[in-house]
Design a protein around this ligand. Structure first.
Ligand code: APR
Ligand code: ZN
Length: 361
């Protein structure tokens, strides 16, 4: 048994309070990780405010990296001291999706988030947010949730690979399949959307139209490869199509998670184009199309989860792009905070300030 300090959410909409938590002893396939850094993702905010459901009390945080502090008896591929980043969607490698090349849709990946992860001082059991619980000085996760990070990559940089970058760059590479010379609109420029912008640049897109209501995102987006910047508004799709020869973009990638922006992304693509939805919306937010436009425009509309990738394959590829100077991880971090300040990062997110806030331990 070990004690740690973690940011506990007792109920949706409630505050996060940093409390002492007792972690149980390791199961044979578990690993204890001492966290180095954890990014604050919009999904954490959606889980905290109840937009997305999760068992509570919970310690959120799912975009983290640190060092292995202890390994369970059956763990052979990790050693104490290894730098690792955490995968919140670890594939089981045996279910139908895993066996058929879709490990990001693993039927068993969510199991880790349902287990009891620790106990509060009053004996209340705590669940690990998305199976990871990275807003904690230490966490216990299945070994399958750990991806080894090479020594030359600082854990604070590696943390963002665990969600925003894998999700964003992966969506461009594996779901949209952007090719050199294509045009891409990116709606929503948080850590995920800015990663999509970088992914589109790396894929060789010639036009990258970045969209966000926060004017301060323009400079960030342009530094990462955007060629145009637009504020949203009623005629957003028309303005995007106007930049793309009046025809519409080859790809629109939605990184907000709302029906209105998904609809705008779809309407901004050319006939035969592709809209890819990366944002996680609420179950109550409905989207509609008329029957004629579906066929007339012959556009594709698809969702992309966790970069539509196998993290064990994609993360080494992202690390290669980082080493080659193609992928800028540090520019995504616009604020570093302590564990007590996660709610401030949520407030920044609500008002569209900055890109990623990173909790440093
Ligand atoms: N049009 C365009 N951008 C918008 C709009 C809008 N109508 N409304 C908000 N945004 C912008 C915000 O200003 C912010 O810059 O979307 C961005 C969202 O960024 P973050 O809150 O940092 O979210 P991020 O962590 O990048 O996640 C984006 O992907 O994985 C999912 O759950 C996650 O749905 C979320 C999305
Ligand atoms: Zn995330």
């Amino acid at each position: 048994m070990h004690t740690t300090l973690g940011a506990v959410l007792r109920a949706p909409g409630g505050p996060l309070s940093v409390e002492e938590i007792t972690l149980p002893g390791l199961g044979p396939d578990d690993v204890r990780v001492r966290m180095a850094a954890t990014g604050v993702c919009h999904s954490d905010l959606s889980l905290a405010d109840g937009t997305l459901a999760h068992a509570v009390p919970v310690v959120l945080g799912h975009e983290g990296a640190g060092h292995v502090a202890e390994v369970g008896g059956a763990v052979t591929d990790l050693s104490v001291g290894d730098a690792v980043l955490l995968n919140w969607n670890p594939p089981c490698r045996t279910c139908w999706h895993c066996v058929n090349g879709e490990p990001y849709l693993c039927a068993n990946a969510a199991e880790a988030s349902r287990r009891v992860w620790g106990t509060l001082a009053d004996g209340t059991p705590v669940h690990p947010g998305l199976g990871v619980a990275a807003f904690s000085q230490e966490t216990v996760v299945p070994a399958a949730s750990c991806l080894v990070v090479p020594d030359d990559v600082p854990p604070a940089q590696a943390a963002l690979l665990g969600c925003a970058v894998l999700t964003g760059v992966g969506a461009v590479r594996n779901a949209a399949g952007v090719r050199p010379g294509e045009s891409v609109a990116v709606i929503g420029l948080g850590g995920v959307g800015l990663s999509v912008v970088q992914g589109a640049r790396i894929a060789g897109a010639s036009t990258i139209i970045a969209v966000d209501p926060a004017a301060e995102k323009e400079e960030l987006a342009r530094s990462m490869g955007a060629t145009h910047f637009l504020a949203p508004g009623d005629d957003l799709s028309r303005r995007i199509r106007a930049i793309a020869d009046g025809r519409g973009v080859d790809h629109a990638i939605e990184c907000v998670g709302r029906a209105a922006t998904i609809r705008a992304a779809w309407s901004a693509t050319r006939r035969g184009g592709k809209a890819t939805v990366v944002g996680f919306g609420a179950a109550t937010d409905e989207l509609s199309f008329n029957a004629l436009e579906i066929t007339h425009f012959a556009r594709a509309l698809q969702g992309s989860l966790y970069g539509s990738s196998d993290p064990a394959v994609e993360v080494p590829e992202l690390l290669r792009l980082y080493r080659e100077g193609e992928l800028d991880l540090s520019a995504l971090v616009t604020r570093t905070i302590g564990l007590h300040e996660v709610e401030e990062a949520f407030a920044d997110m609500r008002s569209g300030r900055g890109a990623r806030s990173l909790v440093l331990f």
